[in-house]
Write a protein that binds this ligand. Structure first.
Ligand code: CP3
Length: 370
């Protein structure tokens, strides 16, 4: 098998590339009419995600539209608590809901690691997608597998749904740290097993989404969310068939903890739009932890004009181009994966995404050839 486009993996592993690689968080989703058509046929989001053929089809949809350098498994972070028996559903327009949230000591004591047999549809989707990306032994782009972080999963498992403040979760954190530890330990094991099985099925990079790490106070973040992500990473395989498997960690709101995240064992740190990619590069170099970075275009800036979108992309790239390189022999733009700072909004105009992708491709190449 040959990877035709390995820019994404090379940037994660801090190797030079001809231009900056690019993909978009939630790139397969409701902003695409072809996705909505597929979901309507499947009946629901979960029906779509649990059907490997359909999940494969929607994974490839954004790749057929835009010059993206990676595919990401079409699934959700909440498949793990679903396989723990918490009873996941998605109510239209309301987001996820669990019928059996972890609200008392008994529920926590009854919690068991996820049954991987119940997640077979995910691993089947991974191998289907790998096959669909490959023609005559040539693979278009690498496939990213993913999981939620142990803490972010705990937030949904305890709260039972999304929340503006995750009050029940924080109550358990401060009031019953023993119960929180049990939930996190169970999640660490499940997340590690889940990611390992994705690698076995063909995932070529792994991303951990820590969407709610940024809710924690300094100190609590390090000992709760970050420590449990580090425990997961310590259990993960780092290569397969001679190929390295980069690990990406994204804590939303985690820019302030960059130096700490750099010691998680990850290869790439994902940034939301509140951090500066260029300043983060400088901080990591000063910290003697020269990791690759991913991010961090504000997804809501896609609601401005194509000209403004292009200006905003150039700002991120120009700033980084003026920062020091990660190592001798590299361009300052090497070791950066262009992405959004969070998932793309469902109300985004798919035409506007073209302004972003074309500017990343053209401008990152032009800056390297200067
Ligand atoms: O990036 C991709 O294209 C891969 C697929 C993917 C989905 N969810 C599909 C999805 C990924 C990587 C996720 C991760 C995810 N899921 C996170 C972490 C990243 C983040 O956004 O912070 C979280 C917190 C979830 C949980 C989740 N799933 C919520 C809160 C919701 C409802 C809110 C919303 O945006 O709809 C989902 C549903 C979901 N997951 C959809 C998709 C395409 C929309 C469902 C639909 O089609 O109706």
């Amino acid at each position: 098998m040959t990877l035709i486009n390995d820019r994404f993996l090379r940037a994660c592993l801090r190797q030079p590339t001809d231009r900056t690689p690019l993909w978009l968080m939630r790139q397969a989703g409701r902003y695409l009419p072809e996705y909505n058509a597929r979901r309507a046929k499947a009946g629901s989001f979960l029906a779509l995600a649990k059907n490997p053929q359909l999940a494969t089809e929607v994974t490839l949809q954004p790749l057929d539209r835009y010059p993206l350098d990676a595919a990401i498994l079409f699934s959700d972070i909440l498949t793990i608590p679903d396989a723990m028996g918490l009873g996941l559903s998605f109510e239209a327009g309301e987001g996820p809901r669990f019928s059996h949230p972890l609200r008392d000591e008994q529920a926590v004591n009854n919690l068991r690691p996820a049954d991987l047999n119940q997640l077979k549809y995910v691993f089947d989707a991974v191998s289907e997608i790998r096959k669909a990306l490959t023609q005559n032994g040539q693979q278009r782009v690498p496939l990213i597998g993913f999981s939620g972080s142990p803490w972010t999963l705990a937030c949904y498992m305890i709260e039972g749904s999304g929340s503006s403040d995750f009050k029940n979760t924080k109550e358990m954190l401060y009031q019953r740290p023993d119960l929180m530890k049990k939930v996190l330990d169970t999640n660490i094991q499940s997340v590690a097993d889940y990611l390992k099985a994705q690698v076995d099925a063909g995932a070529q990079a792994l991303m951990i989404f820590d969407t709610w790490g940024g809710l924690l106070p300094d100190g609590w973040y390090q000992k709760t969310s970050l420590a449990s992500m580090k425990a997961v990473i310590d259990l993960l395989p780092r290569q397969k068939d001679g190929q390295q498997i980069p690990i990406l960690v994204f804590t939303k709101g985690g820019g302030i903890w960059l130096e700490d995240i750099a010691h998680s064992g990850a290869d790439v740190i994902g940034l939301d739009w509140t951090a500066s990619v260029a300043k983060s590069r400088k901080r990591l170099l000063a910290n003697k932890t020269p990791l690759a970075l991913q991010g961090n275009f504000d997804p809501l800036a896609l609601f401005s004009s194509p000209e403004q979108i292009s200006t905003e992309v150039k700002r991120i790239l120009d700033e980084l181009a003026a920062a020091p390189a990660l190592a001798e022999g590299l361009h300052p733009l090497d070791g950066h994966v262009f992405n959004l700072g969070h998932g793309i909004s469902q109300f985004t105009n798919p035409e506007h995404v073209i302004a972003l992708t074309e500017t990343v491709v053209g401008h990152s190449k032009a800056l390297r050839n200067k």
